[in-house]
Design a protein around this ligand. Sequence first.
Ligand SMILES: [Zn+2]
Ligand SMILES: [Zn+2]
Length: 466
Amino acid sequence: MLDMIILDAHEAELRAALTTADGSEAAAYLLFGSAEIAADPWTQAPRRRLVSRRVLSIPPEDLISASGVHVTWSTRGFVKLLKQAEQDGLIAAIVHTHPGSTAFFSEQDDRNERDLLGIVSNRSGNGHSFASVVLGGDSSIAARLWTSPGTMEPCRRVLVTGKRISLHVSKETVHAPESLDRQARLFGPMFNPTIRALRVGIVGCGGTGSPTAMMLARLGIGGLLLVDDDVIELTNLNRVHGARRSDAEARTPKVEVLAREIRSADLGVEVATFRGWVGDADARDALRSCDVIFGCTDDHDGRLFLNRFAYFYGIPVIDMGLRMMPAREDRPYEMAARVTVVAPGTPCLLCRGLVVPRLAAEEALRRTDPAEYERRKAEAYVMGGGDPAPAVVTFTTETACMAINELLQALTLFRGGEGMKPERRRRFDTVDDRSTTVKPRIECEMCAGTGVWGLGDVEPFLHRMG
Ligand SMILES: [Zn+2]
Ligand SMILES: [Zn+2]
């Protein structure tokens, strides 16, 4: 299976550059990173995902002719593009518009692309494939991948991601059940097929992760991936949805509790689970298969991992957290929720000061060398590992609602065209609701520039050492 992620910044750049005053077709180049997935967590089938990395314009002097139904340009630039793609370990692509129609590949496109494949085939090295993308005048997108010596694979789904998320799927693939009728009455007939086609990861299945999973299942998300290392304990029963006393007694893994509850509701939602830490090498296939990920963990190292992951793969991470402080004589309650969108085009968690690198390092130590961690803790060399934070089900669940509502905003734009807020904070104690922004730190390689956006698979994974 082949699918494609186009960053919304790239789509906007292409649409702006390729809109012509006289309605004639226009073209540009794109470079893609890729994710080679050995086994999709829902189907176990291998899949490949292309992620847009960079838009390149075609010099005006290369344009040969264009009209409302065709565009032709010299292939000189294409040869250069192939060379660059090969150097950078990327996949070259051509993009052209069909301003007067929906996106599809015409017979003319077939002929042109076979000619280009001839050029590709005559080269050695990695440059043995190229992608082609058509942008329709109705905002539709079609894509495919040509591979030497002459095979063409259609792209089953194209996802445009960023603060806005849209999914372009071939029509025969999705069927939305009648049980979802009432939400289509709000968001329209295309909402449920989109929801059904989405694959969503939930990292952390506790206070905020469990309501997130249960509500995404109600919403009709087609595939859920649950990631968590932990088991249910007695003190989880006040807030983890679906958890039973018997789960605490049996120390049932959190992912199994949620999978059991969602499956037994029989909503047609496919659930996959990964019991382990999000950064484990064995979780990579599953995470790279997601369209969106909810970050429901309070693990700093996990957040640090997802923070990189979002930019390399163009998969938005909607991260959430709470700060709950009891009232004392000298100060009132402090109770707040935060939902942060991590995606190319928004400031990252590090720049927002939401990940403490030292705590992340301690957590890594606790995972990899528990004895050494305990030794340092005994000597008071570690910052973390103190008393558990206060948690109340209504506030953890409300935080999950805020986060899922951001996804709904990304898909439907019910609050207007800007898409998701990069960060929202809600004070429960003062009834204050606001969105906040920060500037990326100049040196940040994730969010200050486009440095790692859409790189996809690299060695080492996410350029992360150790
Ligand atoms: Zn065409
Ligand atoms: Zn940053």
